[in-house]
Design a protein around this ligand. Structure first.
Ligand code: SF4
Ligand code: SF4
Length: 103
């Protein structure tokens, strides 16, 4: 899934013209991609002169951190080490299930 690095985007608008389904908009200085409607053709990535349209794989560290934050918040509801360990195992099974579904 493409996404726009706002610090790299100069707002030239080339990607807006290139998108076949018109799901890129520019509400401010930089553009925004509608994830739900994007058909993953990659044209915006190819046309951007600033390499501001980035690949989803670059956001894996943020995804991991989000999962850790979520798990930490849930851990606050449990007191014993045993319960906390059980929760961690449940979360690991949940994330593994999500990976299988995605594959
Ligand atoms: S083509 Fe690149 S620099 Fe131009 S508006 Fe799109 S993302 Fe920004
Ligand atoms: S990948 Fe294709 S459909 Fe998605 S925003 Fe880029 S140009 Fe549009």
């Amino acid at each position: 899934m493409p996404w726009v690095n706002e610090e790299m985007c100069v707002g030239c608008g080339l990607c807006l013209d290139e998108c076949p389904v018109e799901v890129i908009s520019m509400p401010g200085e930089t553009d925004v991609i509608d994830d739900e409607k994007c058909i993953r053709c990659g044209r915006c990535h190819d046309v951007c002169p600033e390499e501001a349209v980035r690949h989803d794989s670059e956001r894996i560290p943020q995804g991991i951190e989000a999962n850790l934050d979520w798990t930490r918040r849930l851990l606050e509801h449990f007191d014993s080490v045993k319960e906390k360990r059980e929760l961690i195992e449940r979360m690991k099974r949940y994330f593994a299930k999500e990976k299988k579904v995605a594959e």
